[in-house]
Design a protein around this ligand. Structure first.
Ligand code: ADP
Ligand code: 5GP
Length: 213
């Protein structure tokens, strides 16, 4: 009745994590901090038609595309999901996500609520995280403080925030971004817990049982 197989091979498929939240809540900041802390988490780089902000880089923050190029990606079915957000298009390149999950690696998509709902239909087993500001006033201060948008765009993004917050009910976890370090710690704790889900171990345990008896 001996069986020396280990459970290390149970991670056959990676976990798909979706992070949403209103503009200015700190999604980009938290994702960058996570990238520095967790080597095992792959970041999905989206395509967008918006112009790069100062300091943003092609292929790191986004793939910056013209509207024509973006529409062609939609037509060729190259996007897992896409959405129009405050006058620009944003979308997730499909092939990279599927390949990463197939390789057993976890991937995080930082996308808006419309895109998240589309992903939820395609990947109901995904883990859906919503980043919340400590208060609405703090959200406005952050978006103004970032200094990257005009007053008009800030007003549109605050309006979008009101609508986005209502969709928090579709998410599995709510994470308050009071401090970046604390928010990252919460996300890492959730990932650890998701990796310990009993269902992930069932195929290997089943195999054990078959081999033992
Ligand atoms: P998003 O990607 O959600 O639009 P950003 O990551 O660009 O938001 O953050 C918006 C602004 O808020 C930035 O100036 C960033 O430095 C600041 N910020 C992010 N997280 C925090 C935090 N926990 N406390 C204070 N300021 C923050
Ligand atoms: P920003 O212009 O501030 O970088 O992003 C604006 C909004 O678009 C944010 O809510 C961000 O999460 C979202 N977003 C970024 N990439 C994608 C994407 O690939 N798909 C969707 N649906 N939304 C995205």
């Amino acid at each position: 009745m001996t069986n020396n197989n280990t459970l290390t091979q149970t991670k056959e498929r990676g976990i798909l994590i979706v992070l949403s939240g209103p503009s200015g809540v700190g999604k980009g900041t938290v994702c960058s901090a996570l990238r520095g802390r967790t080597e095992d988490l792959i970041y999905s780089v989206s395509a967008t038609t918006r112009t790069p902000r100062e300091g943003e880089r092609e292929g790191v923050n986004y793939f910056y595309r013209s509207k024509e190029q973006f529409l062609s990606m939609i037509e060729k079915d190259e996007l897992l999901e896409w959405a129009e957000y405050v006058g620009n298009y944003y979308g997730t390149p499909k092939e990279f996500v599927v390949k990463t999950l197939d390789e057993g690696k976890d991937i995080i998509l930082e996308i808006d609520v419309q895109g998240a709902l589309t992903v939820k239909q395609k990947f109901p087993e995904g883990v859906f995280l919503f980043l919340l500001p400590p208060s609405f006033d703090e959200l406005e201060s952050r978006i103004i403080g970032r200094g990257t948008e005009s007053e008009d765009v800030i007003a549109d993004r605050m309006k979008a925030a009101r609508y986005e917050m209502e969709l928090v009910k579709h998410y599995d976890y709510a994470i308050v971004n009071d401090q970046v370090d604390l928010a990252c710690g919460r996300i890492q704790a959730i990932l650890t817990a998701e990796h310990c889900k009993r269902e992930r171990f069932m195929p290997a345990i089943q195999k054990w049982l078959e081999e033992v008896y």
